[in-house]
Design a protein around this ligand. Sequence first.
Ligand SMILES: Cc1cc2nc3c(=O)[nH]c(=O)nc-3n(C[C@H](O)[C@H](O)[C@H](O)COP(=O)(O)OP(=O)(O)OC[C@H]3O[C@@H](n4cnc5c(N)ncnc54)[C@H](O)[C@@H]3O)c2cc1C
Length: 393
Amino acid sequence: MTETTLSSTEAPAKHVQKYTRNQPYLSKTLVNTKLTGPESEKETIHIELELEEGMSYLPGDAVGIIPTNREPQVESVLKALGYTGDERVLDHYKVEISFLEAITSRLAIGKLTRSAVNQLGKLAGDAAPAGLKALLGPDNKALAEEYVWGREFYDLITEFPGLIKTPQDCFQVLARLTPRMYSIASALEAHPGQVHTTVRVVRYHSHNMDRQGVCSGFMGERMPVGTLVPIFLHENNNFRLPADTDAPVIMVGPGTGIAPFRSYLEYRQIMGHKGDNWLFFGEQRSVSDYLYKDQFQAMEQDGFLTRLSTAFSRDQQRKVYVQDRMREHADDVFAWLESGAYVYVCGDAERMAKDVERTLLDIIALGANNTLEYANEYLAAMKKAKRYQLDVY
Ligand SMILES: Cc1cc2nc3c(=O)[nH]c(=O)nc-3n(C[C@H](O)[C@H](O)[C@H](O)COP(=O)(O)OP(=O)(O)OC[C@H]3O[C@@H](n4cnc5c(N)ncnc54)[C@H](O)[C@@H]3O)c2cc1C
């Protein structure tokens, strides 16, 4: 097993951010373009935002975006509650604002939560109808989880009308509209004064309605070039390139998980880092879903990107994922690990990251001709030495 020292990634960023989630920077949208082709089942976009001089980030950091709710959604909530929007309410800081502003930019009227259902029940008290009562409390958690899936605030107030008595009640029922985080997809050194992200626009159809994610929908539909958008930069010192610029890195980033690796690669390239780079990227179809294809292929052609392994699951009958490509190259992956490679995984936490970890364990056991128990220890040691880092969501 390769010996490594602790704290072997780049020194934590020490820059103090002037702008925060509570005091965001109003950034201008410079680019908003679709990365996926018309045949794609997904919609993934590339966003470039302007930064004020002095704002800085490192590869591995994220950018927080503060969205507003969609107008038609806001209108239907107003209509369902019978309000005009001109009513006055106190926001979370006890500042008086219009109800329209509250449901546009302060309250989470998007995907419904169990907490909102419970709060409405609390507000209604004895007046809560039986259908709502059946969803309340810890005993009805499973039923409530099922109920909220694919529903929004509008669905709740139309199914159980008349329980919200004043516009201010909405502050009791609904959570705050929170910013969403996006992995930074650019290196500041390659794009001074800019931050880039790669965003999958969440769209789905449920309970007879077309719906979209609040923030990704905002970026996908309502953030054309020139739009001012509140943002802040978010440090992530648990996802850092090696301090040793000669160390090899293996990056596994299917889907939007590719974002931080565009940043890593741009950074290593512009800084002239000599370490080898191996990128695993996966998506559904090469023709429509190969994000940043030209850029990565150019990096591969000029020898900077040592290896580029792609897995397009729907390009052939048998589904092929990034972990299958890793398995195909098991000997080489293990050789890279033995030579001190750092492994980074970004993207889907639910399945991909687990599948990739299982594959890594198999590769280690096979390569070392040893047991899975040994592989677990090997990977744990890598984790401790920060040679195995995850940024999954
Ligand atoms: C550190 C970090 C980095 C991230 N990096 C990226 C990135 O680089 N790119 C990226 O695109 N995202 C990234 N994300 C995810 C991102 O922050 C948002 O969570 C994502 O864009 C969805 O937000 P939204 O506001 O559009 O959707 P929301 O309004 O939050 O809605 C999403 C919710 O909708 C519901 N939903 C979705 N599909 C369905 C369906 N078919 N049926 C019923 N309900 C459904 C689910 O409850 C889901 O949680 C990252 C997250 C974290 C924490």
